[in-house]
Design a protein around this ligand. Sequence first.
Ligand SMILES: C[S@@+](CC[C@H](N)C(=O)[O-])C[C@H]1O[C@@H](n2cnc3c(N)ncnc32)[C@H](O)[C@@H]1O
Length: 303
Amino acid sequence: MSTAAAKQADFEGLDYQFSDRDFQMIADQANKRYGLSLQPSKKPLVYSRLAKRLRALQLKSFEEYCALLQRPDGAAEHGQFLSALTTNVTHFFRELHHFEFLKETIAPKLIEKSKMGQSVRLWSSACSSGQEAYCMAAALIAASPDVCNLDIKVLATDLDPQVVHAAKQALFPKDQLKAIPPSWRQILIAQRTTDEGQIAINDKVRKMVSFGELNLIADWPMRRKFDVIFCRNAAIYFDKGTQARLWERFADVLTDDGYLMIGHSERLSGPAMSQFSSVGITSYQKNKMPGRQSNKKPEGDRT
Ligand SMILES: C[S@@+](CC[C@H](N)C(=O)[O-])C[C@H]1O[C@@H](n2cnc3c(N)ncnc32)[C@H](O)[C@@H]1O
């Protein structure tokens, strides 16, 4: 049996037919809508995740599923489609060095800037269920407790409405406490636990963060530039061209000496590489451009 025939045999005897053409249809949809890059090696994973959606929707084939995604009445399925194809895995203080760098090196400059009367904005751009954004706020408070009285805010966005809804609740299962280094607990976590035994984010931290839905490969409606952007462990799902465009767009919406933090297995690529300097592990600072206008509006700004 040829390798291709052997691979196809893996998909026989399953609940639904899943030909290479079906896989390509799904991969094209995922790429067009979200910039995701699904390689043929992901075929078994895609089958097992999406077969559950076909079952739940009582559809007979992947062709019917793709047709649904393209119809107006299929809009509600888009979030489920994305959730099935990506992972929302995250935890408090993932890649701790970024939060230490934020606290020790970046926050003092941002606090000084804010005390001079300028607003300061940070963006957790693929925030999942919110742990990253809450840790960013905690790092600012750790640098100086009076940040709560300054115009310093964290915007946290994700494409997946389910995780954004969960993030807004600011409540997490108790077993997530173990990911939080003891020295950070007092700042991040409220003393009380809920009746269900969940841990709650401190009010001071919670009030610094606002959440919304945003697709990184669509238009960005934000008006102000950002001093710091975290985009960690999301671009890894995008194809190379989408990644390169994303880094360039981040450079456009960062202040002149703003910072960009990316995930441990991600790398800057494309033209944006010349716009940033490495300042630590997967941590970059935008190079000041001589003569560049710092108040230039970000591309795609509709507001
Ligand atoms: C693995 S989580 C990373 C969470 C967090 N940044 C971290 O590093 O722990 C990846 C997140 O990226 C989000 N995502 C994937 N594609 C996206 C897109 N096109 N726009 C915005 N968010 C996206 C997913 O919904 C998911 O919540």
